[in-house]
Design a protein around this ligand. Structure first.
Ligand code: ZN
Length: 324
């Protein structure tokens, strides 16, 4: 007979080891420490020193932990990620899994691999350690940094055939390993179709975080997804080109008012070189703690902010079925 896991004893898998959920702290739920994608030519950021510099500002803004959602093949640097965590003192949860089609060239190996090969890469990133070369050379070289979240991706208003296949594989890996699933949505679309695939693969919607929903700031649509059990992350904090920050503050306050603080997380996803201060750009990865949190505290109070930054990420990131 198994004992049901409780939040108090659950673990979260970080790149420097498994962590009791009570130690997580204020969490930015969507970032990229390193990234390189053909979709973002000239906007890659792979420098270790600059990563440490940027993440020191995040730590100094009052954030304790972050979720790095860089997937397989998009420039993950597992050993360096662990070094960033050690040097800054931040808890970093790293991703495995596969992004939407647009991030991989047509000749990328993920389109040639079998479902079993794609699944084994994800599971071994979680259970043994992320591949040191990010699966870019034809031999396995395991790092000591294990992935603690799986990410998949969908396109605008649709899930392509290959995206669906990879999403099904990521769902299977989440069921097998107990780590949570994150899914990129394009401008907040296809949330219900994603959850349909998740549930038909045997994973409850309550193990999923849908990303970028704030690109479509529609409280009724968000409430429907949360009612199904999904977590949402509003991860365009600081990106004024999408809308004023006041509109995002209104949206967060509205969803908290409706009673969904326990399903909502925040992040900045500043996934381009020109959005990082270490590379001379802005607003910088610390914009959440530096600018947004003080404004949000004035709207919903410290307890409300801590629900979004501490309690909800702890509930989402906990390993399911892995004894503490
Ligand atoms: Zn991202």
């Amino acid at each position: 007979m198994s004992t049901p896991a409780t939040t108090a004893t659950a673990l979260i898998r970080t790149v420097t080891g498994d962590l009791d959920v009570s130690q997580l702290g204020r969490t930015d739920a969507h970032e990229h420490v390193f990234l390189s994608s053909p979709l973002l030519a000239g906007e890659d950021f792979q420098d270790l020193g600059k990563a440490i510099q940027e993440l020191e500002t995040v730590r100094d803004s009052g954030i304790d932990a972050l979720v790095d959602l860089t997937t397989i093949g998009l420039g993950r640097r597992p050993a360096e990620l662990a070094k960033v965590a050690q040097d800054t003192g931040l808890h970093i949860v790293a991703a495995t899994g596969y992004h939407r089609d647009a991030h991989y060239r047509a000749d990328h190996w993920i389109y040639q691999a079998t479902a079993d090969q794609l699944l084994r890469a994800v599971v071994s990133d979680i259970e043994e350690g992320m591949d040191a070369s990010d699966w870019s050379v034809p031999f396995r070289d395991t790092s000591s940094a294990r992935a603690g979240v799986i990410k998949a991706g969908a396109s605008y208003q649709l899930i392509s055939r290959t995206e669906r296949e990879r999403l099904e594989i990521c769902v299977e890996a989440a069921v097998l390993t107990g780590v949570p699933l994150a899914v990129h949505t394009e401008v907040g679309t296809s949330g219900h179709q994603i959850l349909d695939v998740v549930e038909s693969g045997g994973l409850p919607a309550s193990r999923v975080m849908l990303a970028h929903l704030d690109r479509n700031p529609d409280p009724d649509a968000h409430e429907e997804l949360m009612q199904r059990g999904a977590f949402l992350v509003y991860d365009t904090v600081g990106r004024i080109k999408y809308r004023p920050e006041s509109a995002l503050l209104d949206l967060v306050a509205e969803m908290v008012e409706r009673g969904f603080a326990g399903k909502l997380m925040l992040g900045t996803d500043v996934g381009r070189r020109n959005t990082l201060r270490a590379y001379g750009g802005g607003p910088g990865m610390d914009v959440l703690g530096r600018d947004f949190v003080p404004r949000l505290v004035r709207r919903i109070g410290v307890a409300g902010v801590d629900a979004l930054l501490v309690d909800t990420p702890a509930a989402y990131l906990r390993l399911e079925g892995v004894p503490a």
